[in-house]
Each structure stands twice: as C-alpha cells, then as structure tokens.
Design a binder for this molecule. Sequence first.
Ligand SMILES: [Zn+2]
Length: 406
Amino acid sequence: MATPVRPAGQGVRRRNRQQAVHGNRQTLGRRRLGPICPSWKTLLGVVLAVAPLAACGQTPSRDDTRKAPAVTLVYSKKYEINFGGLERAHPFDIHKYTKIAKQLIADEVVAVRDFHVPDELSREQILLVHTPAFLTSLKSSTTVAEYLEAPMVAVLPAGMIDRGMLRAFRHASGGTILAARLALKHGIAVNIGGGYHHAKPDRGEGFCVYADMPIAIRVLRKEKLVRRVLVVDLDVHQGNGTIGCCQGDPDVFTFSMHQRDIYPIPKEKGDLDIELRAGTDDETYLRLLREALPDVIKRSRPELVILQAGCDTLKGDPLAGLAMTQDGIVRRDAYVIDTCVARGIPVVMTLGGGYSRQAWKVQHASVRNIIETYDTARRQSADAAQPQAKPKKLEVDPKKSKAGKR
Ligand SMILES: [Zn+2]
C-alpha cells in the first residue's frame, strides 16, 4: 500500500545547483561552514553516543525461516553524531536516521524490537577495502575535515573526532554488513543509514569516510555467502567511490543513475551509467529505470543487490537539480525492491544522500511503503505461528515494550 503523497519541494528555496569548487578540489557540499571555534565548555558538553534504541541486536534465530520475502531493519542510535548542535551547520542531516526510525515506531508500522543493531566496523573489515595509509589519515583532524567537508572539524582533537564522529560512521557502515546478511536470510533488508558511496580505498570524500557497500561485499564474499553482487546507485551523485573500490572486480556490477553536470566531475566509469539532465522528472526517471534494470539484472546475474537509495533526486534539493517528487522516489525504490523480489534476489537498501529539509520524510515514506508491502520478518513469523490470532497493536513506547526491557 502506498503512503500518502505530499507535494515535494514546496517552500524550499532553490540554491545554486552547481558543485562547490575550492581550489582544484571539487566538493559535494555547496554550503561551506566557515571557521567555527566552539568553546571548550561546548565541546566538553558533547554527547558522543547514546544507548542503542533497540535492545535486540543479533540476527534472527534459524526458526525464522521465511516463507515469503520479509523486511528486516537495521539501525542503532549510535549512528548519530552529536556535537552539541554544531553538526546541524552541515548540509548532511545526520539526525535523519533517528528521525526515520522514531517515526516508523510512532506510525506503529514497526516496534523497537524490529530493529537489528549492528556491530561497529572492525579494523580488519575496513582493510578489506581501504589502505593502511587511509587508516593513518584518519588520525589527522585536518584530513578528516576535508573528507567530511566540515572545516570546523579541523580544530577538534583527533581522539574526539574518532569517538564522536568516525565511530558513528563505523556503526552505520557495520549496519550495511548486517543488513546484507539479513537480506540473504529474509529477502529484504533496510539499513537506516549507510550508502557512503564517495569513499575511496585511499581517502574519504563528499561526506563519506568508510566505503560501507564495498566492505559489505568483501565481508560476505570472505564468508563465502555471495559472489556476484549488483550495486544499484540511485543517489543523484555518481557513486565514484564505490566504482573505484570495485573496479577490476568482475563479480561486482555497478549501475548508476545520476545527474550529469554536478559533483563528481569527472565521473568514474561504472558498468552502466545513465546520466540525467537537470530538471528530470518522475516520469522520465522511472521510464529510464524500468528500461534499464531488468537487463542489468540479466547481465550481472546477482546473488545480492545493494540499493543506494539517496533521495537527493528530490525537487528542491540544495545540492542537485532533478525534479522528482516524494511519490516518484517512493515508487522508484519500490520498483527496485519489487524487481529483485520477483526474481528471488535478496536486496539491501541503504539511505545515501538527501539534503533538503524533507529528505528524512521522503525516505521514511519509502521505507514505510516497503514495510507495508512486505511486512517485517518478526510479524510474518508470528502470523505463521498464530494464523487465526487477531493482530495486536505494536508497542510504541520503548520503555513499555518487552524488547525494551531486555
Ligand atoms: Zn548524493
């Protein structure tokens, strides 16, 4: 069932769509933050991480054998970056993950116990894709500030950056690994985070540090769970980092639809790139996607599909110039999921970019639509156990839920 559609982009002042260029280096964010020197009192007040929202944390038991595709959700409150409000000056709304998770619970389409909490990326996992020099570079505040396009980060001690920011990215990236494992078991998994598709083997870029999707591929392949993987990257920016990480790997197919005239320039050469003009609307976008995806699947014969579902294709996004509506993006994501399900291919969704104020609402609508179409693995197995039972209302308040007391 589709969720109600709201007009997208209304009331949002359109900013200049061209990418920012500082010296010779292109950047994803146009809005520069400028030198910010917070007081140490403020910095000491930083909340680095809070307890996970969900108490459950591991993959489901083997008893959860699915009879039909079901949605599993991955999220941790540790995805959040909280630097006393300073993080709000950045174009990327790092709080969107939590807003989406909380709204899904408030909607009563999921319960707290539906969220699977991932482990933080390990050093060994990071080194499956990144170079040792990259790990060393993360000890430099100035370098991390460049990766995140956040000049204020350069004035912070490296240890604080690691605990307060990089650890959050490691949790959200670990979420993509867990979601991939869950997708193989249940058919569909959504990481309420991830999709850091500009991260390259030797450096971060465009708000991205760790290359979560290539890392997930390497981890699963090391465990001999998959070999052939298709990455469907529908963020408005090309996933140059993902392509760079997977180049030369004959078993990873990278398919991207992105705006032609924005960051990154020049583009990398993926296996199939569809370049879009500024102003591309729902009708054109969805037609191109429908024309391409079935053939891409036929060519790549994937055992797993990873969808980067960035919603910066939305009309009014400050860092891009397409003209999609919320309804178009919901239908776009649903089309990819449905196409995979129809062919029996496990699919993982990551959130990627989206920089307008409505971005979290658009992605919430998309995730909700997928849940309402396929239901969660927990509810599906409960229904199978008690087919005649009257559906119970899901617990909204984490403090009152059984999962919350565990
Ligand atoms: Zn993007």
